[in-house]
Design a protein around this ligand. Sequence first.
Ligand code: 5AD
Ligand code: SF4
Length: 456
Amino acid sequence: MKPYKKTAYINTIGCQMNVYDSEKLAGILAAYGYEISHEMDSADIVVCNTCSIRHKAEEKAFSFLGKFAREKKKRPHLILVMAGCVAQQEGEKAFVRVPHLDIVLGTQAFARFGQHLDAVKSGKQKIVDIEKSDCIFEALPDEAVMDGSRISKFITIMQGCDNYCTYCVVPYVRGRERSRSHNAIVDEIKILANSGIREITLLGQNVNSYGVKEEGISFPQLLEKVSQIEGIARIRFATSHPKDLSMELIHAIRDIDKVCNHLHLPVQSGSNAILRRMNRGYTRETYISRIVDLKKACPGIALSSDIIVGFPGETPEDFNDTMELLKTIEFDSIFAFAYSDRSSAPAAKFSDQVDEQEKMSRLNRLLDFQDLLAEKKNKALIGKVLEVLVEGESQKLHDGFIKTSDQMRQMTGRSASNKVVHFPSESCATGDLVKVRIENAYPHSLWGLTLGAENQ
Ligand code: 5AD
Ligand code: SF4
């Protein structure tokens, strides 16, 4: 009989950084003898790695953990953990809504997770750790054990944020900005490259200020170092803050082959009045001039952005400025959000809040408009050949896709410009780089045919 192995289930809510953090939690759990499982009903430990950026994400965490009340009565040995941003924000208060929690593990407490697990096992109840820590990175295991993508991984290179945008909880839940040592980053990526990872995305709230406080190497110098790692074919990064986007970084995107020709540069609003109230540190005009520099240095660069609609005091004219900016810049894609009040962020105290219904109406108008712009931009790619890193088989056949007569396997991947590309192929495998001629285009994806092997 197979020996019984204890299992752990991790639910990750939120951003790419949380995906990375969950892999670290998985690494700790593996070191404690737990197998990571997809079955939450039979798991011995359930961890919810939470996000507090918007009200909805926070509610999702409480509702997920709340559902374990009955299970915990049935199986008192089940260990229930709230980790990450909501844990940091709520601390003790988390027990009011989820009394059956065992551990509340803040954003800087991950390295102490193991010792808290031991304490729970020896009978300690309701552990809260929201202490600050200087050493969040190096004390965590390097090897990711969650079975996510086999070709692409996120790597956190810095934590926290010093920008204090007035809507944002990040500086309060993730703390002040600090960068990880470049040697540790390079070592971790080498391990990933040896395990077959071909694409990495370097993560930080503002990668442009990587290493500044520590007086270490700059972000463009880090890109150069990472590009020398054998086996890594593509390097992406997020997020850049428009106020700190340097010519040195623009040149790194232009000159380092492995760095993808794509930049995620959140603008948040197209109105100067709103940008000022958001404390963003740039104007609509300076944002546009950075984009002009970028497009000049890196022709064809793909651009994506984050937008918030319905920020307190946003008038119909301010909103119109944002719509106009979308037209001026022609982003390839955007993430757009209705402003969500966060009690620890200063904007919660701004008096002129926008009505919820009006926020949703603006959000829908913005997304519809962006779909039209993106479709037009994608259609201009028809007939062009893009290099696609294959991510695997398409999960579904999308509307409008040309089905091949022999119903070949549909594969999916991304171009360097971060476009999702679907194509039929029997021969290619996950991790391959293939050339695909674009035949059809939609707002959020492209469809094409692979070139013959002789043209690859
Ligand atoms: N409400 C809505 N969106 C927000 N974001 C950050 N804080 C809020 C908030 N309070 C968005 C910003 C940011 C992205 C990660 O989330 O657009 O760039
Ligand atoms: Fe939040 Fe602004 Fe920092 Fe981004 S730059 S994490 S939006 S405070």
